[in-house]
Design a protein around this ligand. Structure first.
Ligand code: AMP
Ligand code: ZN
Length: 470
């Protein structure tokens, strides 16, 4: 089945045809974090959707070259550094590190490159682009010394967001007063330095200043991926003005189509409202871990709903994620036991491709997971009735291995078991050896109270996360 995605630009499901899949990798750009505070799990919903997209493309045999930028200079990072009385670089460094730590916890594959907007290479590129836009009449320097994009000179402006220009309002990201601009929707490409910027400034043909947020992504994506990108992603709040502005800037300079497929994920909500720093209704990854959940449980909770459907974050949802994963763990453990027990030749099982076919259909993860759990139900039934031979169990395990390259949801190995739990399990094993069943039972309960489960197998006790513990 061909791969299809909903393209925000056309508002249609389109067959995926990268520019030149045999000669070069799929070029994918994803808007990364603005590092003025720790990213919240709403941001990570976007990054997990992008991770799913990359992994599915790879499952389908594409090589992917993914770039994720780090926005380390814009209004909020400058304000944060000023308030903390530290240099910008030092201020943003801690949040970059936190971002990588959280992304690792959530098993998000690393991008090939993480360009930072303050890198002089990219600042030079931004200045080059702005100069080109001015010489084409697409940008102008206003009385406030800042440089703005002239949206009236770019007839396609508004096409991505399907926007009527007359509806435009000033966008929080434009610092200066709208009277400096020719049109209320003109956005800043270069922001002239003022005192509040402190020592955050670069020289330019228009005087000292700093780039606007939108030109950062245009310059970094084109510097690393070329003028024509296959896929560009972000959350729906990035569509306007950010991505609309990126198209205007990039196409304004090159005259070529900047992006073939625009993919945007719906928001993570809390009580029906977007999870956002500004609303104060957010949780970070450490907040969720502090409640006793694992990174993999959070990954599952953020992954399990189709990316274009808003997802409400609840603790009940986290418990459901835990229960679902416990079912997967138990199923895998059973299959492994059976697979070990006999001849792996001539399996009778033949899992279908329904899981990956569902993902071909605009990354329909809900349908794909539905198929996974239906398969678990059916194979468990077969195992209950002793109708699963070792070869078939092995075939299912191989199938899981393949789909898990996309899901990445397998349990951590025993290494992750806390010391206290491991000790209790050892004491329980000693009690069992002494046939002290009462003590053995007590110890099992204590392990269970800590959120773990011990199962006795012929290879000794196996410790797993218990369902329903928080
Ligand atoms: P920012 O750091 O604000 O530039 O956002 C980084 C990424 O997270 C962007 O792709 C946003 O669209 C996305 N994002 C922000 N809030 C949410 C949310 N509540 N749900 C999903 N994605 C979000
Ligand atoms: Zn961006």
């Amino acid at each position: 089945m061909p791969l299809r995605f909903f393209n925000t630009y056309s508002r249609e499901i389109e067959q995926f045809e990268p520019r030149n899949p045999t000669a070069r990798p799929v070029r994918m750009y994803t808007c990364g974090p603005t590092v003025y505070s720790r990213a919240h799990i709403g941001n990570f919903r976007a990054y997990i959707f992008e991770d799913l997209l990359q992994r599915h493309l790879e499952l389908r045999g594409y090589k992917v070259h993914r770039v994720m930028n780090i926005t380390d200079v814009e209004d909020k990072t400058i304000r944060g550094a000023r308030e903390a009385s530290v240099p910008l670089q030092k201020f943003t460094e801690q949040f970059k590190e936190a971002f990588f730590e959280d992304a690792h916890t959530l098993r998000i594959k690393r991008a090939d490159e993480y360009p930072a907007a303050t890198d002089q290479r990219y600042i030079d590129r931004m200045i080059e682009m702005i100069s080109a836009l001015i010489s084409k009449g697409l940008a102008y320097q206003a009385d406030d010394k800042s440089v703005y994009f002239r949206i009236n000179k770019f007839p396609d402006y508004g096409k991505l967001a399907h926007f009527d220009l007359t509806q435009l309002k000033a966008t929080g990201r434009v610092k200066h007063d709208e009277y400096d601009k020719e049109h209320i929707g003109d956005f800043a490409l270069w922001k002239a330095w003022d005192e509040a910027d402190g020592d955050v400034k670069w020289d330019s043909p228009w005087g000292p200043g700093r780039p606007g947020w939108h030109i950062e992504c245009s310059a970094m994506s084109m510097a690393l991926l070329g003028d024509e990108i296959d896929i560009h992603c972000g959350g729906v709040d990035n569509i306007f003005p950010h991505h609309e502005a990126e198209i205007a800037q990039s196409e304004g300079v090159t005259g070529k189509k900047f992006v073939r497929y625009w993919l945007h994920c719906a928001h993570l909500l809390v009580d029906g409202q977007k999870m956002a720093k500004s609303l104060g209704n957010f949780y970070t990854v450490p907040d969720v871990l502090a409640k006793g959940y694992t990174g993999r449980e959070l990954r599952y909770a953020l992954l399990r709903v189709h990316y274009r459907v808003p997802l409400n974050f609840t603790w009940e949802g986290m418990n459901e994620a835990r229960e679902s994963l416990a079912r997967v763990d138990e199923w895998l453990a059973r299959l492994r036991e059976i697979a070990k027990s006999g001849n792996l030749q001539h399996p009778t099982a033949n899992p279908t491709t329904a899981f990956e076919d569902a993902l071909d259909d605009d990354l329909n993860i809900s349908a794909a997971l539905g198929f996974l759990f239906e398969s678990i139900r059916e194979t468990n039934r077969a195992m209950d009735q002793n109708e699963m031979d070792a070869a078939s169990a092995n075939t299912w395990l191989e199938w899981w291995k393949r789909i898990n390259t996309v899901l990445d949801l397998e349990a951590e190995t025993e290494v992750a078991v806390p010391h206290e739990v491991a000790q209790l399990a050892q004491q329980r094993e000693n009690a069992r050896r002494e046939k002290n069943w009462k003590r053995s039972d007590e110890l099992r309960k204590r392990i269970s109270a800590l959120g773990w489960e011990v199962r006795d197998t012929k290879d000794g006790p196996k410790i797993t996360r218990g369902a329903g513990s928080a």
